[in-house]
Design a protein around this ligand. Structure first.
Ligand SMILES: Nc1ncnc2c1ncn2[C@@H]1O[C@H](COP(=O)(O)OP(=O)(O)OP(=O)(O)O)[C@@H](O)[C@H]1O
Ligand SMILES: [Mg+2]
Length: 357
């Protein structure tokens, strides 16, 4: 097939300026990290892919005997896609500007009537707005933590149960999720609400803290044939002392590096069979409720009663190709017997099958 690969890439040539976000954010991050890793603080482009990842996806699709054109998801993308008219698009684009940025390429492709991998513009947009997503989960009785959204300080915090978890309403790749996201008092909560407003220009999602073990679950396929790949357990005991047991930006990008990998994943998760099956069930229900297509990664934490709660859904999961980068969707795929190329082609094949049914 004639394919296009749509993506956003981190330019390492200085084209992505270090913004006001980084200066602001530095005020809230552990001082040692700010001093030792200044280059890693700016999370403006954390969601975007590296050229290494884009190249690996392209090679994988070529290994599946397809011709692949690269289409960067910028302002020129619509014209390029219109002119190219590929048979199919493999979409990993995170988009530009705005809460619904991940829907931009899917919307263009829907308008042009070009089929593409992954969820449609509605589902992708909803999953990127964590409160809208939680409202749907709640409607279907899928466990997720209680929440409210606000961009103002909370006045009467004594009525709240602490700890609370505070994060930006619409970001991914742990953008804006720092050690300080766990708030144990009204003062800490208000400092986080202010941080999120000033660094990310959006309301904060304030959730009940889900205290138990954490998992992430790679899903592949559609309808009744959706596959739950081996569940990945996030071993939060490997988080350095003094830091909260959460999979924060610091843990993902400061502590777990290629050179210095944390022993952070167990796949398949080594847990009680009943809990394992309950996680699989919750993930299948979530996939169906949100009408996800082809693939996704769902983050789960157990609550105080060992009930799997959905933390969030990634309909465009990260797919770093080097196993040393500890990327969860490729990790689960490897445990299911698929190398990188098999994984990418499996996603494409699921999408092609869906269109032809
Ligand atoms: N309500 C919560 N209670 C406890 N921990 C939480 C809660 N929400 C998020 N976390 C922690 O913060 C991490 C990041 O949160 P979340 O998955 O919402 O962010 P994200 O940026 O969308 O992640 P991704 O990198 O998967 O796109 C989670 O993996 C989990 O460790
Ligand atoms: Mg997550």
């Amino acid at each position: 097939m004639k394919l296009a690969l749509t993506y956003n890439v981190k330019h390492d040539d200085g084209e992505n300026p270090q913004g006001k976000v980084s200066e602001n954010a530095a005020k809230y991050i552990n001082r040692d990290l700010v001093d030792n890793y200044p280059e890693r603080i700016d999370d403006t482009y954390a969601e975007w892919d590296s050229m290494e990842t884009i190249g690996a996806v392209k090679s994988a699709l070529e290994a599946g005997n397809h011709d692949v054109e690269l289409v960067e998801a910028d302002e020129n993308a619509y014209r390029r896609l219109k002119d190219l008219r590929p048979d199919f698009v493999f979409n990993v684009a995170e988009g530009f500007n705005g809460a619904s940025r991940e829907s931009q390429i899917p919307s263009m492709l829907e308008m042009l009537n070009i089929p593409f991998t992954g969820s449609d513009s509605i589902t992708i947009g909803i999953c990127h707005d964590k409160s809208r997503c939680k409202e749907i989960l709640s409607y279907y009785n899928i466990p997720n933590s209680k929440f409210f959204i606000t961009d103002r300080p909370v006045k009467n915090g004594s009525a709240l149960n602490f700890p609370k978890f505070v994060k930006p309403l619409h970001e991914g790749s742990s953008k804006g999720i720092y050690n300080s996201s766990v708030a144990n008092s009204t003062e800490e909560l208000n400092s986080e609400i202010e941080r999120i407003k000033s660094c990310y220009g959006q309301p904060a999602l304030v959730e009940d803290f889900v205290p138990g073990k954490e998992f992430t679950v790679a899903m592949l396929g559609n309808g009744d044939n959706v596959r739950v790949l081996p569940v990945v357990e996030i071993n939060l005991d490997s988080v350095p002392e003094g830091f909260n047991k959460i999979y924060s930006y610091e843990v993902k990008w400061f502590f777990d590096t290629r050179e210095n990998q944390l022993d952070i994943f167990k796949c398949p998760a080594d847990i009680d069979k009943k809990i394992y099956s309950r996680i699989e069930e919750v993930c299948k229900d979530t996939y169906k409720a949100l009408r996800i297509r082809d693939w996704a990664r769902i983050d789960i934490r157990l609550d105080g009663n060992n009930v799997p709660n959905v933390i969030e859904i990634n309909p465009l999961p990260g797919i770093l190709p080097d196993p040393a980068d500890n990327s969860c969707y490729p990790k689960a795929s490897r445990a299911a017997g698929m190398d990188y190329s098999a994984m990418i082609n499996a996603v494409l094949n699921e999408a092609v099958k869906r269109i032809s049914e």
